[in-house]
Design a protein around this ligand. Sequence first.
Ligand SMILES: C[S@@+](CC[C@H](N)C(=O)[O-])C[C@H]1O[C@@H](n2cnc3c(N)ncnc32)[C@H](O)[C@@H]1O
Length: 388
Amino acid sequence: MSAPGRIEELLSAVKTSFADGSLVRLKLGGYHGSEPDLKSVEIKKIALKAGDRFSFTYRYKTRDIIKNFIQPEALALLRAGLRDEFRSAQLATTQFDMSFERNGDKIRLKRTEVSGRQAPSTEHNRAKNRLLAETNKPYLHALGITGKDGQVRNDAQDKFRQINKMVEIFAPLIQAIKADKPRIVDMGAGKGYLDFALYDYLGGKAEIIGVEMRPKLVEDGNATAAASGFEGLSFQPGTILDYDATGADAVIALHACDTATDDAIFKGISAGAWLIAVAPCCHKQIRREMEAGQPEGKLDVLLRHGIFLERQAEMVTDALRALLLELNGYRTKVFEFVSDAHTPKNNLIVAEKDGRAGRDREAVLRQIAETKAMFGIKQHYLEGLLGI
Ligand SMILES: C[S@@+](CC[C@H](N)C(=O)[O-])C[C@H]1O[C@@H](n2cnc3c(N)ncnc32)[C@H](O)[C@@H]1O
């Protein structure tokens, strides 16, 4: 049989096993194409809401990237890859194995019958289908997410789910920025969970700087970044307000305490960042103002109970932040970014630069003034930073 004929024979086996549920995996090796650091590709079937897909895990030297394809795309990629880029392939199904070896123009295809092998459940795959699929990574171990065996620890499953969720939300926002290698500044980075995961997921296609005032966290973060080979990820010691964010394409801050969130927003606006995304933490400044001021009497029903006052302070603080961002030319969305089962501090304010936002400055300023008057607020801390 001709070489193209052998490739088609393998593809036909892949297609049939995908269709009848007997596909276990297909692994491509011996890569000699143009992608730097690509070692192998592993292909499985997964069940997504939109339908069954071929899930390709591209294994690079220091990271994995997963891409899902519909059948015609997957078969076209496999056909080209087997012809030009991969010297070997191993197909495993529940009934037989097929090994493929290419040497120049010569192709050897060998089929071996097997028995008693089960196909992995695609439902199971769906539950586990996390963006950070490969967990045997130095940074996940350094952050206490995985054990020595490279598996997610039982007591870190929630944290790992949260990290995946954050990557799911942040990656498309970063990818939408029109810059070859966007510079992302994470204010109040802490241990840098998001920074490591995002850098890993984006495959180094971003520069990420974590700003953190606790020197030990900065030292540990830089050591782990170096050990992971993450050249474009670094941590800087110091406060948010002291950091020169000039040139930042995105400024993010997750649970930076109280007004540190405002410091981050201010730095983002001043730098003209395309994206500002903050998950606020406590909201003490506005709560104090509401307690000391004279909110409209009819609000008493909402403000006389401590827990309601706290929630109102949170909403008013963030609503004013959103208005102040709008005033500065940002289109703003606020949504819940992780389930409140993980943390009650789960709102995310996402602001994207958009010339049309806040065009009617007078109307936005009036809304800010009315909101403040209603809740007895003299000044939002962010207004002070912005000189309003
Ligand atoms: C609650 S932790 C959150 C850490 C990280 N963003 C996360 O979500 O895992 C807040 C971090 O912000 C840092 N931080 C608070 N205010 C800061 C400031 N003004 N400048 C720099 N870092 C600050 C704290 O030291 C702490 O590590």
